[in-house]
Design a protein around this ligand. Structure first.
Ligand code: G3P
Length: 217
């Protein structure tokens, strides 16, 4: 399973990239706004840090506007993935861009029907938002299972990128289902390391080691 980080905070991205665990990055207009920086600068810095796919979302909502913005975003770096919303214009832009060799992430997916349309439009990634579905009382992970089943039935190459991840259980359930990618807020990625028995065990080993008076290096 690939791990992307869902942030436009370049300091966080650099720190997580050093762990060797990052396969890519996703951003969205809200995350760019939170960074307080210009999108072109942020995306360029991220692309120079992480060699994997870096999603940069268009702000236009019409087909021509999306293609114009995609041209600008694709010029930043080879690993830019153009992110488009799951709308008729967005999927038309997805079809055009993927035919032209671009990577495209179709975002704001909340149903299996939408995911089927995105795959038929040649999407590189489909981003179902599991946390936001959970928030309205619909089990987001059921959607992931449905999409994976449909894509497997027809051999679609589109990768399921689990988005709007809120906690480690989302990550583990997605991995058990075989989702290709999860995009994680930095705090969720860091939380995957944690277990109290690891901390307790390490403290006990170190206390016993100190009693030996030895040094390894
Ligand atoms: O980037 C898309 C998605 O991951 C947003 O998550 O937490 O705003 O629902 P969230």
């Amino acid at each position: 399973m690939k791990f992307f980080v869902d942030t436009a905070d370049t300091a966080e991205i650099k720190s997580l990239a050093a762990s060797g665990l990052l396969d890519g990055v996703t951003t969205n207009p809200s995350l760019i706004a939170k960074s307080g920086r210009r999108i072109l600068d942020v995306i360029a810095e991220i692309c120079a840090t992480v060699p994997g796919p870096v999603s940069a979302e268009v702000a236009a909502t019409d087909y021509d506007g999306m293609l114009a913005e995609a041209r600008v975003l694709r010029r930043i770096a080879k690993n830019v993935t153009v992110k488009v919303p799951l709308t008729p214009d967005g999927l038309r832009a997805c079809h055009h861009l993927t035919q032209d060799g671009a990577m495209v992430n179709v975002t704001l997916c909340f149903s299996a029907a939408q995911a089927l349309l995105a795959a038929k439009s040649g999407a590189t990634f489909i981003s179902p938002f599991v946390g936001r579905l959970d928030d309205v009382g619909q089990d987001g992970m059921v959607l992931i299972a449905d999409i994976l089943q449909i894509y497997r039935n027809y051999g679609f190459k589109t990768e399921v990128l689990v988005a709007s991840v809120r906690h480690p259980i989302h990550v583990i359930t997605a991995a058990k289902l075989g989702a290709h990618v999860a995009t994680l807020p930095p705090a969720v990625l860091r939380s995957l390391f944690n277990h109290p028995l690891t901390d307790k065990g390490l403290a006990a080993f170190l206390a016993d080691w100190a009693k030996t008076g030895q040094q390894i290096a």
